[in-house]
Each structure stands twice: as structure tokens, then as C-alpha cells.
Design a protein around this ligand. Sequence first.
Ligand code: F6R
Length: 351
Amino acid sequence: GKSGYDHYMLKEIHEQPTALRKCLRERVSELEHEITVEELATLECSGSVQFVACGTSYHAALYGARLLRENGISAQCFLASEYDAQRIPITDETLVVGVTQSGETADTMGALRMANQAGATTLVLTNVVGSSAARECDHVMYIRAGPEIGVAATKTFVSQQAALALLSSELSGSEAPALIKHLRGLPDKLQHVLDESTAQAVAEEFVDADAYFFIGRGYNASVALEGALKMKEITYKHAEGFAAGELKHGPLALVTDQTPVFALVTGDTAAKTIGSIKEVEARGAPVIAVTDRPAEVGQYASHVLEVPDAGPYLTPILANVQLQLVSYWVAAQLGRSIDKPRNLAKSVTVD
Ligand code: F6R
């Protein structure tokens, strides 16, 4: 059941601290300053990494690819439906990583099969034990989020991001004590976001807008894409997410005093994103800043959704939770079919 929540989506948003704890259990040890993912014990990666995924899982993969590059591993990210192993250079040193909650998505399965035929090693990050991807790939890492009923992916996205942080550490052999500390603290910080969020009030204020924009840089660029996708899926409203630097290359033409802009302002990209905020503010747009530094950012924004600082790699995971809540409350105000949005299915088994 929904345990007293109106929708599975809200229940699953609130299950995220537990989902994270399950994902990290026995994999992150503070005492030994170690990250150990047992399933990956026999995985070797001497070449480059290619991620393949769709939808929300693609946004997690974008985040993961960036983390790997940060750790010195060459990594690219592909939409599974656009992946073409015949034309993308693959050697037997290439590791192709599928990110798929269900483990059944046809496009992702197709890409993984292509990669396998081309001689790559395949790994899947999935939530479903015994799924097609889990059976067919050379290696499997479970994200351990637990069953997700709502069609819109929420807790599985957070678990994918955490699993990708573990993977980046495993593949690079870099066990940054700061990352370990921040990973262990993440479930409590996420709980804090859920307890203190003012997203419902923000949603109520902007429920009548025709369009919403989401901007961020670096790790927050993938969060911006995810924020917009969630908004589209469950509210049926127009939403766009993009890397903040792209604003002035086109989308700025759409910005008026009627377009709320959600700006993700965390980490070392904050100063540049504040620059982007000024660009939209000058057009009269209301700016909702999602940030771990309200004192610095507050003066540029009409609203602030605060998140605790969890370090440069993980704070964006918390920022995303604020956006999940905004979308949820906009959709709830509009009386949408939140757990089963029109035209969408939980598992897309046709390509
Ligand atoms: C969005 C959503 C979809 C899925 C996509 C991939 O909320 O749920 O975009 O992320 O269909 O599904 P999986 O991860 O099962 O491969």
C-alpha cells in the first residue's frame, strides 16, 4: 500500500533515505576508509567506458560518466536508442555500462547486445534481480532501491547516482576519504531535505505557469535535465532543462516574467550559474535557486530551496530531491494521475 501517502510517488520520494542506506550497506566502510562492491570483484577495466541508458537512467548515466572522468577514466554517455556499436570504436578493453532500473528496457537491451557482439565487456546497474539485463550482461551491480511502483522514477534515480559514485571509486581505485564521509552522511542529509523542504509552497505559487526552465552546470546539468523530465511526465506542462551555459545560445529568447527558472547552484560551478541567474532575472523571470549556500545566492533569487552541503559530487543528488518535490506538488495541485501518467509505461519493452 501507500502507507498513508496519497501517491506511490510521494511514498517513494520519502523512501529515499532508506533506499540509499540499502545501496551503501556493506559497500562503504568508514573504519577502513574503503569502498567494496562485492559484485564487481572480478571486473577489470583497463580501457574506456561507454554508458548506455534511456530517460531518467540516462540522466544518472550522464552524472556517472562525469564522475568517472573526474577520476581520470575516459567515459562517454549515449542514449541507448542512438547507440551504434558498429560506428563507435569498441575494443575488447571497452567496458559498456547499461543503466536501467527495470533491466528490461528494449533500447538499452539492444545497445548492450550490440556492445557484447562487438567484443566489449558489459556491466549493468539495475534494480531488478533476475531481469533480462542482469541475466545477459557479464557483470551486474544492484542498486537495491526496492520496488518502485510510480511510473516516474524517483528513488531509483537517487540509488543509481549513489551506485555510480561507488562504481567510479571501484574503477579508478581512488578511495577519497571525503567521498566516503559524504556518502555515509547522505541518507541523513536527504532526510533533512524531506523534513524541511518548502517545495510545496513554491509549487503552489507557480502552479499556473505554462512553462518551467531548469538550469545547472557540471553535475547539476544532468539534474536540470531530470528536473524538467519529471515536470513534463507528471504535470503535462512544458519544461526544459539544459546546461546553464546554453541559455544565451537560444533558450533565453523564451524567458519572460511568466517563466519560472529553477537554478541549481552548488559546488564549484556556483559562481558561473549565478551569472546565468542574472541573465534570466534581467528578463523578469522568477528564479528559484536550489542551493547549499543561501546567504550567497539568496540575493539573486526570488525563492530559495536549501540543501545541505554534501561535497561537490553528492550535493546535486540532494538538489534533485527538491525538484522531485516541486514537480510532485505542482501535479498534485493540478489533480494529475501522478502514479500513472497518460501515455507512459513503467517498463518500455518496445524499441
Ligand atoms: C522517467 C522514467 C523513464 C525511465 C526510462 C528507462 O521517470 O521512469 O524515463 O527512466 O524508461 O527505464 P529503465 O531505467 O527501466 O531502463
